[in-house]
Design a protein around this ligand. Structure first.
Ligand code: C2G
Length: 131
């Protein structure tokens, strides 16, 4: 049973997120996702439109996702990798190199980001001034 682990905010899910989740899941037999809590998002200077419960509900409905747990701190990843016996840690390559320290515990793979789509861009287009 090869376990893949990834993390993110996954607010207003779009093709870029799904592409990442699909490719991550294809690397193994199950994919588990550390979903940023609302408080952790604040620490990332990100405010998600949907709160944690809503983002979790949506993520759990995705066919590529087997389990969702809360991401509350930057330094919980090693514990998560050991707890869930993760074999591969996957992130989009906007994070290239940032999590190489995890290579002591599991394989680390950065996948190319999907171009020309982002939650930030979607939010901007929803702004009344842009409608
Ligand atoms: N992503 C992507 N293509 C996009 C947008 C996002 O591949 N067009 C990927 C990101 O690279 C990331 C994942 O989708 O791997 C989730 O993106 P976000 O929800 O923006 O997550 P982020 O804020 O990067 O949080 O501890 C790690 C952080 O929680 C990552």
């Amino acid at each position: 049973m090869k376990t893949i682990i990834t993390y993110g905010t996954f607010d207003i899910l779009h093709r870029g997120h799904i592409n990442l989740l699909r490719r991550a899941r294809e690397l193994g037999d199950r994919l588990i996702v550390g979903l940023s809590s609302d408080e952790f998002n604040a620490g990332k200077h990100k405010s998600s439109l949907l709160n944690y419960e809503n983002r979790k509900y949506v993520l759990e409905s995705i066919r590529y996702v087997d389990m969702v747990f809360a991401e509350s701190t930057w330094d919980q990843k090693i514990g998560d990798i050991l707890t869930y016996k993760a074999d591969i840690f996957v992130m989009g390559d906007d994070w290239e190199g940032k999590f190489d320290s995890l290579k002591e515990h599991c394989e680390v793979i950065y996948l190319p980001r999907t171009q020309n789509i982002s939650t930030t861009q979607i939010k901007a287009e929803l702004e009344p001034s842009s409608l």
